[in-house]
Design a protein around this ligand. Structure first.
Ligand SMILES: C[S@@+](CC[C@H](N)C(=O)[O-])C[C@H]1O[C@@H](n2cnc3c(N)ncnc32)[C@H](O)[C@@H]1O
Length: 386
């Protein structure tokens, strides 16, 4: 494990106080390096948006209860995202190096946060930018935009994309940073698709336009022992009922390259410019072939996003072989410790769907089987990112 191993958290550990999206605050900032981005490497809604039922809250009047329902209102989560240079510099490069995509265009920034992407677009020559943000960070975005002299180009609209009225009937470009852990956690993709279907002009652009989810397998004996098997005997008592919960929760953390045992399998590619909302749920087969003799304790997912309409394709990866981002990787521990020989294949399917009760949570069903020389195993496991 990386140096962050000692602060591994799983999603719900960090969510006891705040909403799903507050997990973005678990970002562990590592390097300040420049990033080579070109082809480089209403329960649920109140969790992200300002609650309709709350008293008017602004600035210092916020209480911890307000943040509980409105986690993107806190500047800390935006600091973490802005300091993720892989993320933010990629968007900046996409916009500044491809100003022909933005020049004299009407742009919609879906989930504008501090307004950073809107500012990039305005600087690149957009005719007008509509910055829509549902949390009270919209007030800060307005101040930032005024202060930086862009109030004539950027209009901030405070509210949910699904509820606001846009002053124009069509936009030329939709830009958004909607990706959650495991790509689809937070379910903000549907908000982008909603905006696309409602306002995007025919042949308009959605940025980014491609997102792909990958799967690989790792050796992770020490950490599985520490976080999962720990519950089997705690000061002499059987607490294995908690083990069941622990293993069902995917862990968000960094994985070292040296832990990777198999190839990396492309599970699913989403074309954001064409897909329908339902396509964010899927079942995909996988085949992970061992590159050496080793043990497998967990499967690991990561995603890439691409901006294919740029002059030169620009993308970034959240994989274990790339510079760490605040999304890290998502680790799913297996019940079995698999003994795998080089060339043998761990086969299976993964089903991913928003949880029915709370669509910002993700339900994952993993079916796997190994028919190896030293190990035969077959199992179905259920996980929930919450
Ligand atoms: C991942 S942050 C990105 C913020 C900013 N664009 C950036 O790149 O730093 C997503 C933002 O979208 C907002 N958001 C989420 N769902 C929304 C919705 N349905 N309508 C409007 N804003 C939304 C959140 O409050 C949050 O500030």
């Amino acid at each position: 494990m990386s140096k962050s191993m000692d602060i591994k958290h799983n999603v719900s550990e960090n969510n006891t106080q705040s909403s799903a999206v507050a997990t973005k605050m678990r970002f562990e900032y590592e390097d300040d390096e420049e990033v080579a981005t070109e082809s480089s490497n209403l329960e649920e809604d109140s969790a992200m948006c300002e609650p309709e039922t709350s008293l008017v809250i602004s600035g210092d009047n916020k209480t911890s209860a307000d943040y509980y329902f409105d986690s993107y209102s806190h500047f800390g989560i935006h600091e973490e995202m802005l300091k993720d240079v892989v993320r933010t510099k990629t968007y900046q490069n996409v916009i500044y190096k491809n100003s022909f995509l933005f020049k004299d265009k009407v742009v919609l920034d879906v989930g504008a946060g501090t307004g950073i992407l809107s500012l990039f677009c305005a600087k690149a020559g957009a005719k007008h930018v509509y910055a829509v943000e549902c949390s009270s960070m919209a007030d800060m975005a307005q101040e930032i935009i005024n202060k930086n002299g862009f109030s004539n180009v950027i209009t901030v609209l405070k509210g949910k994309i699904e509820e606001i009225e846009l002053p124009v009937s069509q936009v030329d470009v939709i830009i958004s940073e909607w990706m959650g852990y495991f790509l689809v956690y937070e379910n903000m993709l549907n908000t982008v698709l909603y905006a696309r279907d409602k306002w995007l002009v025919q042949d308009g652009l959605v940025l980014p336009d491609k997102a792909s989810l990958y799967l690989t397998a790792i050796e992770d004996a020490d950490y599985k022992e520490d976080k999962i098997e720990f519950w089997n005997g705690v000061y002499g008592f059987d607490m294995s009922c908690i083990r069941k919960l622990a293993i069902s929760e995917p862990l968000v953390d960094t994985v070292k390259q040296s832990q990777i045992v198999t190839n990396c399998h492309l599970l699913k590619t989403m074309d954001i410019s064409k897909m329908s909302a339902g396509n964010a749920s899927f079942t995909a087969p996988f085949k992970l072939v061992a590159e050496r003799d080793d043990y497998i304790h967990a499967l690991v997912a990561h995603f890439d996003v691409s901006f294919t309409k740029c002059h030169k394709l620009i993308s970034f990866s959240t994989g274990p072989k790339s510079q760490t981002t605040h999304w890290k990787q998502t680790i799913l521990y297996l019940e079995d410790v698999l003994t795998i020989c080089q060339g043998e294949a761990l086969m299976g399917t993964m089903t991913v769907a928003p949880n029915i009760k709370n669509p910002r949570d993700v339900d994952i069903t993993l079916k796997y089987s190994l028919n190896g020389r030293n190990c035969v195993a077959s199992r179905t496991q259920f996980y929930r990112m919450r």
